[in-house]
Every structure is written in C-alpha cells, then in structure tokens.
Design a protein around this ligand. Structure first.
Ligand code: TXA
Ligand code: MG
Length: 366
C-alpha cells in the first residue's frame, strides 16, 4: 500500500471540451497532476515551476530523481522562460532556430542550457533543460491555459510501457494522479526524439533518444549528428537511455524478419509482426512466403482475432502506422498473460529505428 504524497486518490476523468480543459488547467495551477494527450504519448503534467508538484510526479511514477523531466511549452515565449539561449554560440543558436522552424510544434525535444529560475527538481539537478513544444491541440491549450511551462514525463509507472490511450494511463497510474484528459489514441505513438544542443564545444548535436522525428530528417537540415553514449555507471546521459525501459510484464524476444518467418507456432507465445504481409506469410507456413497478397486477397489466410496473440503493427506495412500501434500492441499482448512475446524488427531507418529502439529496450531485463 502506498502512503504519503502518492497515496491512493480518486482520479477525475475529463474530456477535451473547453470547460474540461479549463478545469484541468486550474488543477495544474493548483499544484495537481494532470495526465493529458500529446501527439506522441500521454504525458503526466505538473506545473514546471512548482517544486511540490514536481516531487509528486516522481512519486506517482516511482521515477528515480536522477531522471530529468521534459518541460512542455505552448509557444516560443515559454522557451525563453526555461532556457538560456544567450548561452549558446552563434552557430548553435542558428541551428536551434532552423530546428524550431522546421520541427516545432512536433515530436522533437531539445536539450538546452537551463535558466536558474527553473527548479532543479525538474532537471534532476542538471544545468541543461529538455524542452518540447507539442503539436497536439489539447496539449497546447492545456499548457497555454495553465502555467505555460508544464513538466511532463510519459504517464506510465517508471520502466513500464508508455501510454498511447487514456485507458493505459488509468490502468498504470489511475490511483496516483488527480486528473486524466481523454483525448483518444495518440497519432504518432512513440516518444519525441531527444536532441542535445547544450554542449558548448564544436561537436555536432547529440541524438540522445530516437523518436517521432527521424534522424534522417534532422540530418538533412543540420548535418550529421553524434550519438548519445550510454554510460555504464552513474547517471545516464539521458535516462531514457537506461537499457531496460518501456518493458511489458512478460519477456520479449526479438527476431530479424528471416528468423521470424520460420518460427514454430506456440499457443503460449505472442507474435508481433511488422506487417500484415509478414504475418500472413508466416500463417501460410514456411516455404510459401513471397506472395504479395494482403488480407482479403484470394486464398490468403484469415486475419487472426485480436485475442489470438498474433498481431501485425501495420496491415499495410506502413512504418508510421507501426509506430502508432507499437505500445497499444504490446499492452494488448501483455494482458493476454502469455509466456513470451516474439517481435519482428523493422528496417533500421526513419521511424523504424525508433520502433526498434523501444523493442530492444523492452526486451532487456534488469
Ligand atoms: O514524447 C515525449 O517526449 C513524451 C511526451 C509526454 O511529451 N515525454 C516523455 O518524457 O517521453 P519522459 O520523461 O518519459 O522522457 C524524457 C527523456 C528521458 O530520456 C530523459 O532522460 C530525457 O528526456 N531528458 C530530460 N531532460 C534531459 C536533460 N536535461 N538532458 C538529457 N536528457 C534529458
Ligand atoms: Mg518515459
């Protein structure tokens, strides 16, 4: 049983009407915790300048205090309240402006020098701050109506699957938060890309977490990126880089497409294919792959029922759809209480790299 600040609470569930959003904004202004939809995943919001509310976020998620939060803003004014842009070199500032013009609002989080006025709890004591301007209209309205700077990690218990639907939030954190805004499923379905511009040296910006904005799109605009290195001890550079993360409750094993296609069918195992075509070829059995027919094609196998434990991330093989369905598919497989989930890796490009990153972390156990 929980005691203290994260004690069992009754959560208010709201919709996205103007009246409900203004009610949720009041709760945020009063120091409460509000889960809300963004285009990536649901966030667990707290006033960014309110240390007590920030502390409650860590308690509700069971998140270690060394793991810094992202500050969500609803306009460029918000950026200046939390980040010291004047501390950047002129070329870096130019790069920042190019990134903002091209990708904000949207699924790109930028790590920048922090303003001292922002409580250290928000950034886990770091001298940098991660800032994101979400494109989801509900998130934007809520932020603008409340404090203009809302700290929001993904709204899941620490280390578990991220929430892409309101019900995921209710299941994971329902008794620990004040309010949940149900805005339907998240369209991108995978967290924002985290890019650090905070270093003062000449090295290229570092990609700390692959996500909803592809590396290729960033590099096309600002040139090659350096990789965030996973530290082996002490505080990770970006704790989303902790190896085991985004994990379902049951073990997950990854397979390349050629391995996946020849796996035997076991009733106590779940199978997560990248596409409807890959799933259908597997259902037809080894040796019969290579057909192009999709579901509904003559003689093609029937699409298995949703509770069969056999899923495809995208019927059509679209990587955007695969990303949007990733966490919901893992949540669904998790509920079936299988012995094991087997998942097929996507081609390592565009959002496929971010999907594979989440699958790899989900496959690791501490
Ligand atoms: O799409 C998203 O980014 C979602 C939605 C709700 O906006 N939020 C999200 O937050 O994924 P969270 O807390 O689950 O992940 C934040 C990531 C972590 O990997 C954290 O370590 C990194 O951002 N981060 C935050 N501040 C940082 C900083 N100052 N330096 C480096 N990494 C930072
Ligand atoms: Mg998270």
């Amino acid at each position: 049983m929980d005691i203290g600040p994260a004690a069992v609470k009754t959560m208010l569930r709201l919709n996205t009407s103007a009246a409900d959003l203004s009610r949720a904004a009041d709760i945020l202004k009063g120091g409460g915790l509000v889960a809300f939809p963004t285009e990536t995943v649901y966030g667990l919001g707290a006033g960014g300048f309110n240390p007590r509310a920030l502390a409650r976020v860590f308690d509700a998620k069971g998140r270690p205090r060394f793991d810094p939060l992202i500050i969500h803003i609803a306009g460029i004014e918000g950026l200046e309240r939390v980040a010291r842009l004047e501390a950047l070199s002129a070329p870096r500032r130019g790069m920042l402006m190019d990134l903002i013009r091209a990708f904000w609002p949207g699924p790109l989080t930028l790590v920048l020098p922090k303003r001292p006025e922002l409580p250290g709890l928000a950034t886990a004591g770091l001298s940098s701050v991660a800032v994101r301007f979400p494109s989801h209209p509900v998130a934007r309205k809520l932020i603008a109506l409340s404090t203009g700077a809302v700290a929001a990690p993904s709204a899941n218990p620490f280390g578990r699957l991220s929430p892409t639907r309101a019900d995921h939030v209710a299941e994971g954190l329902g008794n620990k938060i004040d309010c949940l805004i149900d805005g339907g499923p998240c369209s991108i379905g995978i967290e924002s890309t985290v890019l650090s511009l905070a270093e003062t040296g000449e090295e290229p910006p570092r990609l700390l977490r692959p996500g909803g904005t592809s590396r290729e799109a960033l590099e096309a605009l600002i040139g090659p990126l350096a990789a965030g290195t996973e530290k082996t001890e002490g505080t990770p550079e970006s704790p989303g880089m902790l190896k085991s993360h985004y994990a379902p409750e049951i073990p997950l094993v990854l397979h390349r497409p050629e391995e996946m296609s020849v796996l035997p069918r076991n009733a106590d195992e779940g199978f997560l294919f990248s596409s409807g075509a890959a799933r259908n070829a597997w259902l037809r059995g080894p040796g019969s792959s290579g057909g192009t027919e999709g579901p509904g094609g003559t003689g093609g196998p029937q699409k298995p029922p949703a509770d069969s434990g056999i899923l495809a991330l995208s019927e059509s093989g679209s990587v955007l759809e695969a990303a949007a369905n990733l966490f919901e598919s893992l949540h669904r497989l998790d509920r079936l209480k299988l012995r094991l989930i087997r998942a097929e890796l996507l081609p390592e490009e565009g959002l496929g790299a971010a999907v594979n990153d989440r699958l790899r972390r989900a496959s690791l156990r501490d």
